[in-house]
Write a protein that binds this ligand. Sequence first.
Ligand code: HEM
Length: 287
Amino acid sequence: MTTALGCPCQRPQHTLEPPAQLSAALTRGPEPEQPLSGPLAPQLYDLLPWAFHRLPGPHQKIFRYQEVVRDYICQEIKRHKLRAPKAPKDFISCYLAQITKATDDPVSTFNEENLIQVVSNLFLGGTDTTATTLHWAFIYMVQHGAIQKPLELSVSGPGSITNPIWLLFGTLGTIVLPNLASVLYDPECWETPQQFNPGHFLDKDGNFLVNEAFLPFSAGHWVCPGDQLAQMELFLMFANLLRTFPFQLPEGSPELRLEYIFGGTLQPQPQKICAVPCLSCPSPGPR
Ligand code: HEM
C-alpha cells in the first residue's frame, strides 16, 4: 500500500501509527554500539554518502531513524491535506499553500519532496542543538554553583554557553566546512577561550557586552534560521529551571566530567546531576 493524496513517500506504510512509532524508535534508549562514532565519521559521511548507505555497520541505525522521521512527516502532510484550514496556520500548511500557488511555475522549487526535506532539517537542526546547549548549561551551573543565584536574575540568553556545533556542511554540490570553533575559541577574542566564563559577556561594570566573535549560529547566508527560536527556547527553559531548582552533583558522586564526546555536535559525557526542589523558590509551571 502506498500513501494516498499524492504524498511523495511512495513506500509501504508501517502498521504502527507514526507518532507512536517515532517516539518508540527515538526513546528506545542507547544501544551498545554508538552510531557513526569516531572523529572522522561526519566528514566521511559528507564526502562519501553513497558508500555510507551501502556499508553495513552501526551507522545504519541513523538511516533507519531517518526513515521513521520521514514516514512521520509524510503522515503529517497527509493529515494537513485532509483538513486544510481556510488560512494556513503552521509551516506545513503554509508550504502546501505555496505549492498550490506555484503549480504553473515550471521553475518553482516548492514541491512535496522538498517539504519533507525542509521539515526533516528543522527536526534535525532544532532538537539536538538546543538540547545539547541546555545540557552543557546545567553542567556548568553545577561546576560553578556560586554563580547560580546571580544568574537566575540576569540570564543573558545562550550567549555564555559552549557552542555544541563544531562544523557544518553545505549543499548544492559544494561542500562548505565553516570552522566556527576557530572564532569561538580564538584567544584573541576571548580572555579564557577554553573555560566557561560569563565575564566574556560583561563589561567592567557588569553590563551585558556584545562580542562580535560570538557566532554559534554562524553568519551571512549560512546563518541558522532557528537562531531566534533557539534563543527564546533556551532562555525560557534555562531561566525557569534555574530559578526553581538549584543544580548540584548527587551526594557521593565523582567529579563532573567536562570533556566532550566528539561528533556532529559536541556532547557532554553521560553523568548524573541533581535538580533539587527548593522550597523558597517559585513553583514551576505557568505563572
Ligand atoms: C543552540 C541552538 C542552535 C545552534 C547552536 C544552531 C547552529 C546552527 C548553525 C551554526 C547553522 C549553520 C550551518 C551551516 O553553516 O550550514 C545552523 C543551520 C540550521 N539550523 Fe540551527 N542552530 C540551533 C538551533 C536551531 C533550531 C531551534 C532550528 C529550527 C527549529 C534550527 C534549524 C536550522 C536549519 C534548518 C539549518 C540549516 C539552514 C540552511 O542550510 O540554510 N537550528 N544552525
